[in-house]
Design a protein around this ligand. Structure first.
Ligand SMILES: C[S@@+](CC[C@H](N)C(=O)[O-])C[C@H]1O[C@@H](n2cnc3c(N)ncnc32)[C@H](O)[C@@H]1O
Length: 199
């Protein structure tokens, strides 16, 4: 037996994220998930969208080992074994139709924004989709008092962490050849950001 990790937040938001993915992902192809964490998202998405092949990744071994076990136990033929991918390091030499990530950019230094967008732009096929989910500031403002308090608690844990400005993320995306397709407010003061590789 192994102990799977569990995130109550992932359980709450997996269905609303899926509702966006249903609209923006291609009908078939490969989807790379960055920062798969507990695996709750990717298993939920893979069951709901079986025509896509799902590629989890996670740099933290303490997450990746239980992630490997939970994926093996689920026995889904459309989910690969997780790879060790840190967006600040070398990305695998692969091509995918979509890259998805949830709740990474506020719990990491700003360099992670650059690493994520540059790496996604490199592995995506032309027309490929990047979906980012998480809390963001809009026009430099927190969207709720609770997000402002959350930002302060993140910065107290690590001064390089913090809630990013969605316009800043989009500027980096444009520099990398990723066009912003939609920015959608989501429940619990989160956003869904969708970018498309233009060429
Ligand atoms: C708050 S958890 C989110 C996990 C999952 N995506 C979710 O929404 O439940 C943050 C995750 O980001 C991962 N992470 C942190 N820095 C990273 C990096 N540089 N590259 C890739 N993943 C990273 C952590 O290992 C952790 O799994």
């Amino acid at each position: 037996m192994f102990e799977a990790k569990f995130s109550p937040a992932a359980e709450r938001n997996k269905e609303v994220i899926l509702s966006v993915l249903r609209d923006v992902l291609p009908r078939s192809g490969d989807v790379l998930e960055i920062a798969s964490g507990t695996g709750q998202h990717i298993l939920h998405f893979a069951k709901a969208l079986p025509n896509l092949r799902w590629l989890p990744s996670e740099p933290d071994e303490s997450y990746r080992v239980p992630l490997h076990n939970i994926i093996e136990q689920a026995g889904l033929s459309n989910v690969a074994d997780p790879t060790d991918l840190d967006v600040l390091e070398a990305w695998p030499d692969i091509t995918v139709n979509a890259v998805i990530v949830a709740n990474l950019l506020h719990i990491s230094p700003f360099a992670t924004v650059q690493g994520l967008l540059a790496g996604a732009a490199r592995v995506l096929v032309p027309g490929g989709i990047l979906h980012i989910y998480g809390p963001f500031k809009a026009a430099g403002e927190f969207t709720s008092p609770s997000n402002e308090a959350f930002d302060a608690s993140l910065r107290a844990r690590n001064e390089l962490w913090g809630i990013r400005d969605l316009e800043e993320v989009t500027l980096v995306a444009i520099e990398q050849g990723l066009q912003c397709i939609s920015i959608k407010p989501m429940p619990a003061n989160n956003f869904s950001l969708v970018y498309k590789k233009t060429s």
